[in-house]
Design a protein around this ligand. Structure first.
Ligand code: NDP
Length: 305
């Protein structure tokens, strides 16, 4: 019987650590990390989700603000708001909740966010850096998945990892992060001919398809680590994942529940990314002031105070 990976507990631990660091950062840099979350439209589910992100950031001591915009805002008005936030040195992280209404081009909006404020890691430059293996802000859910796998204590290096799903926000980046951890990675999708034959190879199985009970017990290698990313509502309105949890837990070595698995890690990693953005800005502004001090001293023998 599988051990259940408790995402709620792990997420809470990560947030607690950040909470403890914030007063120290405030002492050092004179301000707290800040997160601005933009939502367009009145979708109740999305509104609840973003409100939770803002609330979490505030609870752990960050400055956070929700900018709720009307459904009919134009793309250029939205991009103008992003430009204002980009220019504000007191804004560390900007997140635009997706999806956006059809009249707005999501890629143009995401790419309008300044790369170092892109807490979701969706900006084309961050995606490129992720694949090049240079420093970047990695997307929250894939980053959280790696933390969940590591929390089991198993070594990822050398393991066969299968990722079901190839979206830009989950499947592809998690495959790259697993590759970075030296797993042998296989990606499956709707074009995969025999999904069961592929998933049975997996020591680590990450499923992000959005299909209830796509993965059944006969598709899982005994002892495998199974990470269920899926979130859908079934016919009874219950939130479910992609894995047939009750039966798969009898075969797997470790398994995440839905809810309470990947979801809490996504939020915890958003907080971590906001911290990373803050440190990047705080450090670079410190560097700039140090640089000015040096220039002034060298040129006029004065001080930069
Ligand atoms: P997408 O719909 O963008 O992508 C789904 C992927 O799954 C596609 O690549 C698709 O293949 C593949 N797929 C779908 N059905 C099958 C199938 N029967 N066999 C094999 N592959 C299949 O979804 P996302 O990646 O955005 O999200 C996936 C799930 O994860 C959703 O339920 C979403 O709600 C959830 N999610 C949860 C998060 C969390 O924090 N817990 C965060 C983000 C997402 P193809 O490319 O061939 O169409």
């Amino acid at each position: 019987m599988a051990q259940i990976i408790d995402g709620k507990k792990l997420g809470a631990r990560i947030k607690e650590k950040i909470h403890e660091q914030i007063p120290l950062l405030e002492q050092q840099y004179g301000r707290r990390p800040s997160l601005y979350v933009i939502i367009v439209g009145e979708d109740e589910g999305s509104l609840k989700y973003v409100t939770n992100k803002v609330k979490t950031a505030k609870t752990i001591g960050m400055d956070a603000r929700l900018i709720a915009l009307k459904e009919n805002i134009s793309e250029s008005e939205l991009i103008n708001i992003i430009h204002v936030l980009n220019a504000d040195p007191l804004v560390d992280g900007i997140l635009v909740q997706l999806p956006l209404p059809n009249h707005i081009n999501e890629d143009r909006v995401v790419d309008a966010i300044e790369k170092h404020k892109d807490v979701d890691g969706f900006h084309a430059l961050n995606v490129g850096s992720l694949w090049q293996g240079t420093h970047c802000i990695a997307p929250c859910t894939p980053k959280g998945i790696i933390q969940l796998i590591k929390s089991t204590g198993i070594e990822i290096r050398g393991k066969m990892a299968v990722v079901v799903g190839r979206s830009n926000i989950v499947g592809k980046p998690v495959a790259k992060l697993l590759l970075d951890e030296n797993a042998t990675v296989v990606m499956a999708h709707t074009g995969t001919r025999d999904l069961r034959a592929v998933t049975l190879l997996a020591d680590i199985l990450v499923v992000a398809a959005g299909q209830e009970k796509l993965i059944t017990a006969d598709m899982v290698k005994p002892g495998a680590v199974v990470i269920d990313v899926g979130i859908t509502r079934n016919a009874e309105g219950k939130v479910v994942g992609d894995v047939d949890f009750e039966n798969v837990k009898e075969v797997a070595g470790y398994i995440t529940p839905v809810p309470g698995g990947v979801g809490p890690l996504t939020i915890a990693m958003l907080m971590k990314n906001t911290m990373e953005c803050f440190l990047c800005h705080a450090e670079s502004s410190t560097d700039v002031s140090k640089l000015w001090a040096t220039i002034i001293k060298a040129r006029i023998g004065g001080s930069a105070e």
